[in-house]
Design a protein around this ligand. Structure first.
Ligand code: ADE
Length: 330
């Protein structure tokens, strides 16, 4: 099983199924409850929604809760898997009134398919083109009134015509440490393991303010405890478990440290451009943008300037290195 599907499996058992199980994102939650409550009163499907924010912050989880609250079916697809207009047509024509179509990574939908999506979400119509050349004819096909929920980690990459067709747009933010503690506490209960309050805090601090990471760490540290024949995660087990997993107190892993070290040691603290940084660390540009950079910026270890990324004073002290002023490029 690859890493992704393992995490998906984990998500299925730990993922909250209803609003009262869902911790954090209070503002988004309230707004969604209003949208759902009002649409139910009108007996109408809800408007199309767009969620954006870092990976693991709950875009899929929220969409499933919305479907459950509405008693609607949800169909999930990832933007890049739509290769032909026909792929989308097949999905759209299989929907029923009120169903939810969840498109993950919707910034990566192919442009031609995206244009085909516009009339489908705006007027619930499929514009079919039959035949080619001078004999080509168009035909409109009525679609049931469904709701599109789009999810993206990169709002800026979404085309304006698509973005403008969503009735509401919500940003999912990093969770607070307190909320991550509550999520870990809930997950530990479901996983059947006790956890000491201090251990809870240690794991929360290493969870990158992200529920998916918190749940993954809780599972790994449960393994670590049970391997030693104990069914309680103590402070000591949490700390030694993280150390064993090569994750530091603030949740930095080897990949994050590689990025920091590259900026400091290979580029004199920066500024360094994205492409150069990705090449120097043998990482994909997308991984730098989506995974490493947001968290390193959240911790104040790097900053993005118009000239590129720079390491902050905290980054040097985090790695135990002497600080050097970033180069001034005039
Ligand atoms: N597991 C993952 N995300 C969660 C959340 N927001 N609340 C509770 N449990 C979760």
């Amino acid at each position: 099983m690859d890493k992704m599907s393992r995490d998906e499996g984990l998500d299925l058992t730990l993922r909250p199924q209803s609003w009262n199980e869902y911790i954090g994102q209070e503002k988004v939650k309230k707004n969604l409850q209003i949208i759902i409550g009002a649409a139910k009163k009108r007996n109408e499907p809800i408007e199309h929604l767009l969620f954006y924010g870092g990976s693991g912050l709950g875009k899929t989880t929220l969409s499933h809760i919305i479907a459950k609250e509405l008693g609607a079916k949800i169909k999930t697809i990832a933007g890049p898997t739509l290769e032909k207009v026909g792929d989308l047509a097949a999905i759209l024509t299989s929907l029923s009134q009120g169903d939810i179509l969840f498109i993950d990574e919707c910034h990566r939908i192919n442009r031609m398919i995206e244009e085909f999506l516009y009339p489908a979400i705006e007027d619930f119509k499929l514009h079919l083109i039959l035949g080619k050349g001078p004999m080509a004819r168009t035909m409109d096909l009525e679609l049931p009134k469904f709701t599109l929920i789009g999810a993206t980690t990169r709002l800026a990459l979404l085309s304006a015509p698509l973005r403008n067709r969503f009735g509401a747009v919500f940003q999912l933010e990093y969770y607070t440490e307190k909320d991550i503690e509550k999520i870990i506490e809930r997950s530990a209960k479901i996983l059947g393991i006790e956890i000491e309050p201090k251990a809870l805090n240690i794991i929360a601090k290493a969870s990158r303010f992200t529920p998916r990471v918190a749940n993954r760490l809780t599972k790994r540290i449960r393994d670590f405890a049970q391997f030693q024949n104990v069914n309680i995660i103590t402070e000591e087990i949490a700390s030694s478990g993280l150390e064993f997993l090569d994750i530091d107190k603030q949740g930095l892993e080897s990949g994050d440290k590689k990025i920091l070290e590259a900026i400091i040691l290979k580029f004199d603290g920066g500024p360094v451009g994205l492409q150069a940084l990705a090449s120097a660390t043998s990482e994909e540009k997308d991984a730098v943008l989506d995974i490493y950079e947001p968290y390193l910026m959240q911790l104040g270890l790097i900053e993005r300037t118009p000239k590129g990324r720079v390491a902050t004073l905290s980054a040097y002290s985090h790695l135990g290195l002497a600080f050097k002023e970033p180069k001034k490029l005039i």
